[in-house]
Structure formats: C-alpha cells, structure tokens
Design a protein around this ligand. Structure first.
Ligand code: BGC
Length: 768
C-alpha cells in the first residue's frame, strides 16, 4: 500500500516527484469525457518510465488470441483498448537541452487533479543546465464538447536566459504495451499541416476504425504570438516548430487545442473537415471559455451525484475520486458504449464490458442519473443477444440458448483464458439480475416486453442446457465452472453459480406467467416469436426447484463448491506479509489448491439475494468466508462492506470501505500503474449508499436505513427516487431528507419488511 497522495476533499495531490511512482500517478490523473480520455502523462517529452495513453471509446483492435493448445470454442481474439495518437506532443529545448523531468534537476513538483472541475494541473521548478525554470500546466478533456481537449502550458525563466526551441506535434506512431504479438495496430492514412493546424489520420487494422486527430497551438510571448518557423510531417506524425529568445523573468504560454473524431460518429471522408470546424470553434472561444464550460458541466454532475463526508478527509477523497472516474468514463450519451474496467486510465483488461456492469455499475447509474441511462445499459445487452446466442452455439448449446461473454466489445466473447471463457458462466446470471434490479428500482415493468423477456429466455435456455441430472445426488448439478472466486477453476457445483442459475430459471418463468396474465395478446405474440411455450416454462421451474445447492450441515453454511472443505482451511491472517497479494507471490498451482478466496463468492449470492436469507444465515456464512478472503479483486471489499454493515460489524464495514474507496489512491493491490479499477468504483458508491445508508429498492420503492460510521461526523448523498432527486444527510442527531424534485415522493424508512412509509412534498426538507 502506498500513501503518497495528500488527503484533500476535492483534489488528488502529489508533491515531490518520484519517478518510481509515475505510472501510478498517471493512472490516477487520467482525464476523460465518455468519448475519449488521456492518462496523466506529461505534456513535454519525458524519457523516464511512463505509460503513454490516449484512448477513444469504442475504438479497439482484435488482438489474435495467444494460447499454447488451441481448444474448440476459443475466441479468435482479445479486444484491446487501443492506444490512440498522442496529441500532447511537446518538445522544449532550452539552449539545446531537452526539458525532460527524467534528466533535469527537479526542485519542486506538484501534480494536482482537481476533481471538482475536471482539470489536471502541474507546477514544476527545475534546473535545465544553469537555468532555473518554472513550468505550469493545466488541461482538461471537455465534458461539454466531447471531441475537444485542451491544455495551457507556461514556462518562465526564473534565473538565467537562453533560446527556447519548441516543437508541438501529434504522434500516431504509438504502441500498446498490452499487445499479444507486439504489433502496430494502426495504418497511416495521412498527415498534414495547414495554416492553423496539424492533423494525423489513422485507421485501425482489421477493425477499420478511422480516427482523425487535429491540433492547433498558440504560443504567446511578450504580448504577441510566435510565428511558426517550420512545419513537417512524416508517416503518422505532424509537427510545427517555433523559437524564442528568453531573458530572465520572461514567460511563454502555449495553448494547445485538440479535436479527436472517429468514423463511429461521422463519415470517414468528413472527419478532417468536421474536426477542423470543431477545433476552430474551440480556438475561437478560447481556453478560458472552454474551462468555464468544463467547470459548469462538472458542477451539474456533482449536484446529482456528490457524496459529502464530514470528519474524514481520506474517506471523502476516496469516494469523490471514484465518482469522478465513473462519471468521466461513461456518460450515457452513446448507447453503443459500456463501462470498461479500466475506463480511459490504461490498456489492460481489454474489452468494454464485463459482468461488472450489471453487478456493480448499474446501481450507481440508477442512483445518480436519469433512469434512461440504466435502461440503455440493459438495451446494450439486448443488442448483443444474437451474438450471445452465437457464443453459446460455439460451445455446443442450441435452440436460442444465450451465453453472454465475459468480456466484449461488440457482443462476441473476447477473453482468451479457457477457465474464464468456458467456465465463468455465472456472468450470464448477472445480466438477468441487472434486468430484475432495474425493474425493482424503477418499477418499469414495460421493459420486460419484449426486450427483457428475450434476454431472460436466452439466458434461461442456457442454464436449462448447462445443468445435468445427477443420479447420485438426484438433483441437477452444474459441473466444471469457475465461480466469482477465480482462485479455483473447474470446480463442481459452485454454490453461487447454481443459486443464480436456479433464480434465473424461476424469474424467467415468473415474468412470463405474470405477463401472460396481464397482457395475454401481447404476451402470446412475443412467446410465439420466441417459441416459448408452457412446457418449456414448466421445465425451467422444475430445474430451478431441483438444482443442487451444496451445504455444510455442521457449520450451517452454503459450500462454495463440492470440494471446498477438502482444502486446508486457515484464515488469511495466518499468511505472511510476503505472501500478499497471492497472485504476485504464489504459483498459480498453489493458489488453486488453497482455500483463499479472491472476491465475494458465496457472499456475492448473499448480497444479491439478501431477502432469501435471515441474519443468522448471513452471519454464519460471513463469519466463515470473510476471514478466508484476500480481496484481491477490486470488486471484493465493497460487497463485504455492505454485508458487514447489515450484520452490525461496524469495524469490518469501515475497514472494507476504506479499502474499496482508496483502492487505487493507495494502490492496495499493487497494480494501479496499469490503470484504475473503474467498475469497482461503483462498488464504493454502493458501500456508502447501500452499506451505511441502507438504501434498497423493492417494487419501485426506495428504502433507507442510515447508520453513521463512528469515524465520521456526518455524510450526505444524492439518490434518484422515482426519477426525482432526494438528498439524504446523516448526522449524529439523525437523518435529514430533502426532496429536491418537483413531485411528492415516498420514502420507506427501515429495512424492507419492517419499514415505515413517509411522504415528502416537492422541495420538502424533513428530519427523521
Ligand atoms: C475479477 C472479475 C472481474 C474482472 C474485471 C477480475 O479480477 O475477478 O470478477 O469481472 O476482474 O473487473
């Protein structure tokens, strides 16, 4: 765990430059706007260790799968999030010496991500040769104009003087570190310079995405703009040179504007002209106007999604950082996109969507955005239904059975490890759970007919074929799976998988029966087109009721899988410091044989289906499994916070909360350098709102059961209730509810099953 980030409620601050931590800081300081993103790389050249990264949402490369032994059913490729042209490009040479923080004497350094406004700033005092220089930079990726980003960079000579040579460029000769065969993923389609701007056009190999990057640079010195001296271009690169004689005290200011357009949004042959128009408008409006727009856009995001925590700056910084990253990753403006686990902060993990979206992110968007955005995330999966049926077909399933991919860009499976692709099938359950969660939160049952039912039917058909009858057990079993705990593979009867499979079958049948009763004619038309009849629904029910759920009667707990108790059971606290994280210190063989659990597995089921279990059952399972859990998936601590809180384990809940909320800021899992864990950030939100706030939704109604962690003086959050914003403020002397909407709303105070209703008029503010 590293804790070099200064605690601050609205800023991520690093003081003093440690090159060994640079990649971590770059990940933390990533900026994005849903359309594109940029890691916190330096603008000026840097020859030290860094992960240069600019990304464009939805632009990917199908990198051919690497495996030793090809097995039928493998995906052909692992979709890589592509490193796109680097538009930051700035080379500064003072008296012939390149200004490069890896070589210069860095005297003072401060990198600051202002999450309130979405602006990354840096101030550096350094010596280049004998000259003392101050650098200041400020940049943003515009939330208001998704295809635009800009930075302002100033250089002042504090002591000494000299000739400054500047080159501002776009570099399309970029590589992915995460490339299976070290290939260059792009084709050059042209580069050029005109009076006002530079442009580079690239096209992805195989996927044929065309991307046009255009920049305009304005450099001012002593009240006037520097005239360019030379412009040049070569394959995938375009640049322009300037120079100035600077005396002690002189300052030059460089403003660089960029437009990044892709043919996902425009015709390929219009990219250059449209990019030019967008860029010219940005330049004409100027940096300060764009910055004001940026502040305004973030202001309105925070108004609907802020969580304020009093009395604990580390916790406050953690949650706001998480909300910031989520909101800049997925804005809901493009229904073809989803929430990749690394967002715009790195290349690793590839793909755009995992089960993380439904299991973790959906509640966040339901809570903090228009319900249409959550619905759109469901429609995304509906759009991929044909591909999910195709995926299942590749594995031998028939008759409309659908297996959603573990990782995808376009609906096709693109993860390349067999134990995940073939076995981690619980993901299919999460897709169905997302539909259920959306409906219980919004009450929008109309989603079921036909979109929801089409997806549910495909998923139920998969489970009905994936089970097999065990003569020995006289039950249906599910063999050869990997559960959420990826630290054991090819296990039989993973309790979580069996439970969610059984639930999917039952839920599908229940929804069908309810729709048949409510809207018989419409239902019949839909059922006919799905070829779904009563016999098939009866089969779903019958399998659901007879699925085997491993159970240990001695301890009274669900068994993670058939063979779990054969393992040597010893709590995580018996492990040494040097063992953790296991995945970086133990052989895979040792991990697989151990009892250690990567992330909530049985407990994920207790989280999803909490109404099916009483507190005693939850307590027995939590007390057994949590001490065996290493939380080496970022998705783990949040679920444990929520469960611990409902058991009244305040200390555990808080420990887990800090771990989830500061996972990247403190680099708990020693992997933030690859990028941030975006999807788990939604889990952090759930930890506060569902964990401490006790938020639940049942039948379209909102429940609250707030508790105040003793380390905090108070906290408040915003949540959508029936499409209207509700502010919940929890303090030592109770909870204040504020209906910030335009309609009256109902709030249930207490846990589902034992809560009392209250009505809040529009604008009403009430202490409860
Ligand atoms: C977790 C998966 C998750 C993936 C992406 C893995 O480490 O085990 O459950 O889907 O990360 O976040």
């Amino acid at each position: 765990m590293k804790d070099y980030i200064k605690h601050d409620p609205w800023k991520i601050i690093e003081e003093g430059f440690d090159p060994a931590l640079n990649r971590i800081s770059e990940s933390l300081c990533s900026l994005g706007n849903g359309h594109m993103g940029q890691r916190g790389n330096f603008e000026e050249s840097y020859s030290g260790d860094c992960l240069q990264g600019s990304y464009l949402a939805g632009v990917y490369y199908p990198d051919k799968t690497i495996v030793g032994w090809w097995k039928n059913g493998y995906p052909e490729y692992f979709a890589k999030v592509l490193n796109a042209p680097n538009w930051l490009g700035l080379s500064l040479r003072l008296n012939g010496n390149e200004i490069d923080l890896a070589k210069a004497e860095v005297i003072e350094f401060r990198r600051e991500l202002d999450i309130k406004r979405g602006v990354l700033k840096r101030r550096v005092l350094l010596k280049s040769g004998k000259v003392l220089i101050e650098l200041n930079s400020s940049r943003f990726v515009s939330m208001a104009r998704p295809e635009i980003a800009a930075y302002r960079y100033s250089l002042r000579l504090i002591e000494g003087d000299g000739k400054l040579e500047i080159s501002s460029f776009i570099d399309g000769n970029i590589h992915n570190e995460d490339a299976n065969y070290d290939e260059y993923f792009w084709e050059h389609r042209g580069e050029g310079v005109d009076d006002d701007s530079l442009a580079v056009v690239l096209k992805t190999r195989k996927t044929d995405f065309t991307v046009a990057t255009r920049t305009a640079t304005l450099i001012s010195h002593a009240g006037s703009f520097l005239a360019p001296e030379n412009s040049s271009s070569r394959a995938g690169w375009a640049g322009r040179d300037y120079s100035a004689e600077l005396s002690q005290g002189d300052e030059i200011t460089i403003e660089k504007y960029v437009s990044c357009l892709t043919d996902r949004d425009h015709k390929a042959d219009e990219l250059l002209s449209k990019g030019k128009t967008a860029l010219a408008a940005a330049v004409a409006d100027g940096f300060d106007t764009l910055l004001a727009e940026q502040e305004e856009a973030w202001n309105s995001i925070w108004e609907h999604s802020d969580i304020a925590i009093e009395g604990d700056t580390a916790a406050q910084q953690g949650i706001r950082f998480n909300i910031f990253q989520l909101k800049q990753t997925y804005t809901g403006k493009d229904e073809r996109l989803n929430i990749g686990p690394k967002g715009f902060t790195g290349e690793k993990y590839g793909g755009a969507s995992y089960w993380d979206t439904e299991a973790y992110c959906l509640p966040f968007y339901l809570g903090t955005a228009d319900p249409a955005i959550a619905r759109q995330l469901l429609v995304y999966r509906h759009n991929h239904l044909a591909k999910a049926i195709e995926n299942a077909g590749k594995l031998g399933f028939t008759d409309g059975a659908a297996l959603y991919p573990m990782v995808t860009m376009n609906g096709e499976e693109c993860h390349n490890e067999w134990e995940i692709t073939f076995e981690e099938i619980h993901r299919n359950g999460a897709i169905a759970f997302g539909i259920y969660d959306y409906i219980r939160c919004t009450g929008d049952k109309d989603y079921l007919m036909p979109l929801g039912m089409e997806v549910l039917t495909g998923i139920a058909r998969f489970w009905a074929q994936r089970v097999n009858w065990s003569e020995a057990k006289k039950k249906y079993v599910i063999l050869g799976v990997t559960g959420p705990n990826e630290y054991e593979n090819n296990v039989h009867n993973n309790w979580y998988t069996n439970y969610i499979a059984s639930w999917c079958l039952r839920y599908t049948a229940e929804c069908a029966e309810a729709l048949a009763a409510e809207k018989p004619a419409e239902y019949k038309a839909m059922a006919d087109s799905l070829k779904l009849d009563d016999a098939e629904l009866a089969r779903f029910r019958s399998i659901s009721e007879q699925i085997y759920l491993p159970f240990d009667p001695e301890r009274g707990i669900a068994l993670q899988q058939d063979g779990y108790l054969d393992k040597e059971i010893a709590p995580v606290e018996t492990l040494g410091e040097k063992d953790r994280p296991l995945n970086q210190n133990w052989s895979w063989d040792r991990i697989l044989r151990s009892c250690y659990i990567k992330q909530a597995d049985v407990l994920q089921g207790f989280f999803f289906f909490e109404d099916d279990f009483n507190d005693e059952e939850l307590k027995r399972n939590f007390d057994f499994y949590e001490p065996l859990t290493v939380h080496e998936s970022s998705l783990s601590p949040c679920v444990h916070t929520i469960l611990a809180q409902s058991l009244g384990y305040e200390k555990k809940a808080y420990e887990m909360y800090l771990r989830t909320s500061r996972l990247d800021l403190d680099d708990y899992n020693n992997d933030t350098e690859d990028g941030c864990h975006i999807t788990s950030m939604a889990g952090t939100w759930m930890s506060v709102v569902m964990g401490f706030g006790g938020l639940r939704h049942r039948e379209g109604e909102l429940y609250l059961n707030p508790a105040l962690p003793s380390a905090w003086k108070g906290y408040s959050f915003m949540v959508m209730n029936g499409g209207e914003p509700l502010k919940v403020s929890v303090g030592k002397d109770g909870t204040v509810l504020e209906n910030r909407g335009e309609k009256a709303m109902k709030v249930m105070m207490g846990r589902p099953g034992s809560a009392g209703a209250l009505e809040l008029a529009a604008g009403e503010n009430r202490r409860v």
